[in-house]
Design a protein around this ligand. Sequence first.
Ligand code: TRP
Length: 460
Amino acid sequence: MANEQGTSGMKQPVSRASFGNRIGVIAVAAGSAIGLGNIWKFPYITGENGGAAFIIVYLACITVIGLPVLMSEFIIGRRGQRNVIGSYLSLSTKRSPWAFGGFIALFGSATILSFYAVVAGWSLEYIVKAATNSFAGKSPDEVGAMFGSFMSSPVKPIFWQLVFMSLTAGVICAGVKRGIEAFSKIMMPVLLFIILLLCVRSLTLPGSEAGVAFLFKPDFSKLTAAGVLTALGHAFFTLSIGAGTMITYGSYIKKKDNLGSIAVQVAFADTVIALLAGLAIFPAVFAFGVEPGAGPGLVFVTLPNIFAQMPGGFFFCIIFFILIAVAALTSSISMLEVGVAYVSEDLGIGRTKATLLLTFLISVVGIFCSLSFGPLKEYTFFGKNIFDLADFAVSNISLPFGGLAAVLFVAWSLGKDKVKDELSSGGVFFVNYITLFMFTAKYLTPIGIGIVFLHSLKVF
Ligand code: TRP
């Protein structure tokens, strides 16, 4: 385990905020990583791609691509001691072209938040729907129709999206330590508790074994090339990399903390929660004979149906949607913080003003994303509505590009000596993995990212 000794030569600049203890750092970074990606997206893409074999590929992607990028982002942030763009600049030259990687990341985090808040808003509505017993006595088709009419209506989803954005802004305004860290430290254990409770419920249903087999017994004949690429892309989204979040958070990590071990623990925690989400969902899906490949509606349509037929389902349905909302909130704050740190540090606007300004701009874009399921359905670009276009532009272009910039910068521009100095906190920790890290970051990770990227652009 890391030792907690400080290194005398490395002082934190007095003016910059930092996270408190190690537990705080892990809670905050894992809080960012664990979100809709784990509880909403991971189960449905696993369902669509045949289960266990897909999960094995996903785990490989997390290790070979995700972890090196995550470590690179932490290194840039902590060594640069600035926001996402400032950190690149302070580690190279003024006007360095690497800063472009920072701009891509900034664009990415703001754009993700605009549509992420829409889906998170749906979960708030579903807490209310569950608490008022709205799914009782409805057929699966009726529950599906209910979701369809809710998400396409012009007012309600926007109301909840704005409520969610306000909650995000509230935490950010409270600051790095009293807001982000305090909130994540309380909420992450709550989340773990809720998800374990759901796992127990799901695994004790008669017929749940088929769901466990689906998750853990690989059938490679079900794996497609598209599935492999989906797994690669999801590794970025789920670890919050490629959009400046982990650079910004890295800049708040104290010099004495062991970056390598924090990165491993965050990736591990994120993976465990994704698997637990699978264990909470698939045994129930199979126990009730539901189609596992139901797509994005899996948690909003399929699960309320399952809960409605399950003993104690009323109660479990409410806590399930609370779980989603909480997980989304500890992630959304990490997206907003990227822009707030940049605007407040480099454009000389106070933190509160910066938060309000960005919340306003991102909410406006989000309103268009939300309306693109209803009144603005007709407005499509390249065959995609506004929501899908924002999702595509970020998940398939901006994240891989932002991640590529981070890993290339660390491996080729910063170089082995500085990387070793940073990973060892100035010689305190033993970094026996440095050669492996440099080799992976120089070659394997960029090649892996290149493959995803070319696929997104439909080159393959
Ligand atoms: N990782 C989060 C999730 O799985 C989403 C997220 C937060 C994110 N910050 C990010 C994704 C930055 C990409 C980049 O829900």
